[in-house]
Design a protein around this ligand. Sequence first.
Ligand code: ATP
Ligand code: MG
Ligand code: MG
Ligand code: MG
Length: 470
Amino acid sequence: MSGVNDIRSTFLDYFAANGHEPVASSPLVPRNDPTLMFTNAGMVQFKNVFTGLEKRPYSRATTAQKVVRAGGKHNDLDNVGYTARHHTFFEMLGNFSFGDYFKEEAIGLAWKLVTEEFGLDKSRLLVTVYAEDDVAAKLWKQIAGFPDERIIRIPTSDNFWQMGDTGPCGPCSEIFYDQGEEVWGGPPGSAEEDGDRFLEFWNLVFMQFEQQAPGQRIDLPRPSIDTGLGLERMAAILQGVHSNYEIDLFRTLIAAIEDVIGSKAEGDARASHRVIADHLRASAFLIADGVLPSNEGRGYVLRRIMRRAMRHAKLLGAKEPVIYRLLPTLVSEMGRAYPELVRAEALTTETIKLEEKRFLATLDRGLALLGQATDGLSSGAMLDGETAFRLYDTYGFPLDLTQDALRQREISVDLAGFQSAMERQKAEARANWAGSGEKADERVWFEIREREGATEFLGYATETAEGQVR
Ligand code: ATP
Ligand code: MG
Ligand code: MG
Ligand code: MG
């Protein structure tokens, strides 16, 4: 069986043998990029190389990149525990060409790795290409010998990748694995594409344009390649399991959770074990990269991840801090590949333990309040905004934690009511205290913007002396 650590080295060794410079993962907090919450793809550390602003002594590179998708443009936080394929923290394996090879070699290299090194069954593979990209479609036909129906043309932004509103961009082609009819789901582009049967595992981006302004796109002088393969998804495929959470690494983490909390990962409890395992990784890697729990920006995302994990530990019956006790297992699984985890182990342990201690004191009382407030509510109902705000303000429940707690019962939160309670409190605070305004810059920088902006205002939170979220 290929474990996660073997798959990572097979990938890196393969691209090194094909002339790629192995480059270390960059930190989760992007250097010099205030626009980005966390490193969310392998290309982030090479952004300026693609645009030509920065030169490197190599034109091909390969990385195993630490990635967090829990805020900003890519946010998978709400998927964790509910889908079989999403994490908040994961490893993205990539190969990059900076004006060196382009589509033909990128597809050729990927195909050879997947079918020869990883030995995947060709009949289970299919690909998507951008609808207008005849070149890529033709190359897949030549290189993989696919019939037309296994080269699916997608006209949407799913197959056109952009770094942002401006910058390098281009069509992309993604490789999918058919996990078999026993898994629900349809091929990409179909109505059932959200199912897990056809698992996307590798995205090849053909960077051939530069978006200079809205509606203004020119050809890049040196077309480039950026790819991202999800390590945990590749492991699931190679290990013949239908969930990332059943791969070797997650089995080990979940066994440790069973041990420490004394609750088996069975039935309804399984989702909680998965959330804890996922959030443990995200928390440990973020702390190792210098993020500490706080009430603003990146630190608040970390705090929300940690507190969500703690609620799930509570659901499993934990009465005292337990998550910090999982660190030795994580470090022994991942510390060789990421020595920063080993170096930060003492800090991570203390930080998680302290956060657990602090939150456990209010978690119980908050859950009791939540229980009372929703007692008798049935599916489709809404929790009033005042209560959600009180949970946030007095008990340190991030809004998304309350939403997560109610999700299974299909109860939503009155967001408008929450926001007006928040506004009212801010107005009261302003009336009581003129304020120095010193936080204004930080707010602009770090305001947490999530989907639909529903929770944007959480970015205004400040810390009280008791350390509660306000
Ligand atoms: P999905 O459609 O499944 O959400 P994506 O299209 O958002 O994935 P990309 O941005 O194309 O993902 O990222 C490249 C690869 O990284 C994906 O093909 C997948 O293997 C992996 N990946 C993306 N998001 C996650 C995640 N949240 N957890 C684990 N792996 C992921
Ligand atoms: Mg996604
Ligand atoms: Mg996708
Ligand atoms: Mg994709």
